[in-house]
Design a protein around this ligand. Structure first.
Ligand code: NI
Length: 167
């Protein structure tokens, strides 16, 4: 896992052109890591890779995760929702984040098929927005208010210094 302070988390991921064995192995490694860390989602940059791929499992291991290759959010609802959010790369920090209540995302699966998750809401909508942010080098802490950000600044500095060891 790569933690806050690591520059790879600020990288914009590169769109995938070939769904080859390397990408399939990457997806498998991401699933293992996400399950091991009890995460709801994971983006490739979090394990040090720059391909535009993320996985999401809002069920916590009950179902196969969504594999999102080159995901693109194609609809966001005007309604928003504020709920606590955290990130495996920013351990110990949970803060309320405003997100669109509903989103639709278009992506490819490991067979190269294009599919759309239509009108996702709740935990899934939040995870989609969080993971697509990752692939654009954005972390949830970037979406906090200046006051929230001030509150966690000390923790963030420690985290960046320790490379995640502080968790
Ligand atoms: Ni995250």
């Amino acid at each position: 896992m790569h933690y806050y302070g690591d520059s790879i988390l600020r990288t914009t991921a590169t769109p995938v052109s070939d769904i080859d064995d390397d990408l399939k192995a990457l997806a498998a490694a991401m699933i293992v890591t996400m399950r091991h860390e009890n995460g709801v989602g994971l983006a490739a940059t979090q394990i040090g890779r720059t391909q535009k791929i993320a996985i999401i499992d809002p069920t916590g291991g009950e179902a196969d995760p969504y594999i999102l290759i080159n995901p693109e959010i194609v609809y966001v609802s005007p309604e928003t929702m504020i709920e606590d959010e955290g990130c495996l790369s920013v351990p110990t920090i949970w803060q309320p984040v405003k997100r669109h209540k509903c989103v639709s995302v278009k992506a490819r699966d490991l067979d190269g098929r294009e599919y759309t998750i239509e009108n996702a809401d709740g935990r899934l909508a939040r995870a989609i927005q969080h993971e697509v942010d990752h692939l654009n080098g954005i972390l949830f802490i970037d979406r906090l208010s200046p006051m929230q950000r001030r509150l966690i600044n000390g923790k963030l500095k420690k985290l960046a210094k320790s490379g995640g060891e502080e968790k």
